[in-house]
Design a protein around this ligand. Structure first.
Ligand SMILES: [Fe+2]
Length: 273
């Protein structure tokens, strides 16, 4: 495979010969790269023609986290959605599994259909390890004092999570940021938003400094999808979200959560139903 840097972080892996099958790659080798780089884009490989082939591939990465809907989340715009995940608006930065009993280590996405150029809908990633490395000492000190409290009720749970903004990577021991960004001011149409509260630091300063750092070009990557792309992200180190997209744009992603080995019981979950 061909390995090239993805800017500003991560790697792009492409086949030596167009159409080489993704299943011929050594998952342990890709896992090793992900461990170092935190985001892997696999582009140009032959991928999955039947829906069940995708979770079958993900099983090679580890134990799949099972949701009430099964192993695979179909990310598709819905008519009259009950939750912002299924509309076409922007999704603020967050980490996956924050409201679940176990937090997945990996998110694996497969792009079935991609929006056309100019229609938006990029998946956004912020590398919080880089954010902390680049942060001036006074910002870091501010973040280290702060705690976020998050409550969310949706179809699959009614949960509360309380986490320090600067937390520790559960496997690596280095500091990471755990933060669910409040919807941007003036954004009036956010369906079923979580209830957020922050303590320990001046809120306005906290949000503006975090947002500036998380979205700074040296820490932030927005993935523009092409059909067939597979993206693997380190959910313990990165935060992610989504850009808005044109309604009815052909955007269809599938997403699987893979647990660490052993699975990580959510250290910050306060209540869950
Ligand atoms: Fe998410």
């Amino acid at each position: 495979m061909k390995i090239t840097p993805n800017r500003p972080f991560g790697l792009v892996l492409e086949p030596e010969n167009p159409g080489d099958d993704i299943r011929d790659l050594d998952v342990e080798q890709v896992r090793e790269l992900l461990w170092k780089e935190r985001l892997i884009v696999l582009r140009g490989f032959r991928t999955f023609s039947e829906p069940e082939e995708f979770p079958a591939y993900c099983e090679r990465w580890g134990q799949i986290s099972i949701w009430p809907f099964g192993k695979v989340l179909e990310l598709l715009e819905q008519n009259n959605p009950e939750d912002h995940i299924f509309d076409n608006n922007y999704v603020p930065l967050h980490w996956d599994g924050m409201y679940r009993p176990q937090v997945p280590e990996y998110q694996i996405f497969h792009c079935v259909k991609a929006p056309l150029q100019g229609q938006g809908g990029r998946t956004t990633f912020s590398d919080t390890v880089r954010v902390l490395e680049h942060a001036p000492a006074h910002h870091r000190a501010l973040w280290e004092q702060a705690t976020g409290s998050y409550q969310r009720k949706m179809e699959f749970y009614d949960s509360k999570t309380v986490s320090p903004i600067v937390d520790t990577h559960p496997l690596r021991g280095y500091p990471v940021i755990r933060y669910n960004e409040p919807p941007k001011a003036g954004f009036g149409n956010f369906l079923n938003p979580p209830t957020l509260a922050f303590s320990g630091a001046d809120e306005a300063q906290l949000h503006s400094s975090l947002r500036d750092a998380l979205y700074a070009p040296e820490n932030f990557y927005a993935h523009e999808w092409q059909a067939g792309d597979v993206v693997v992200a380190d959910n313990f180190s990165l935060l992610h979200g989504r850009e808005g997209f044109e309604t009815k744009a052909p955007r269809h992603l599938r997403r699987v959560h893979v647990l660490s080995n052993p699975p990580l019981d959510n250290p910050r979950l306060v209540s869950h139903q």
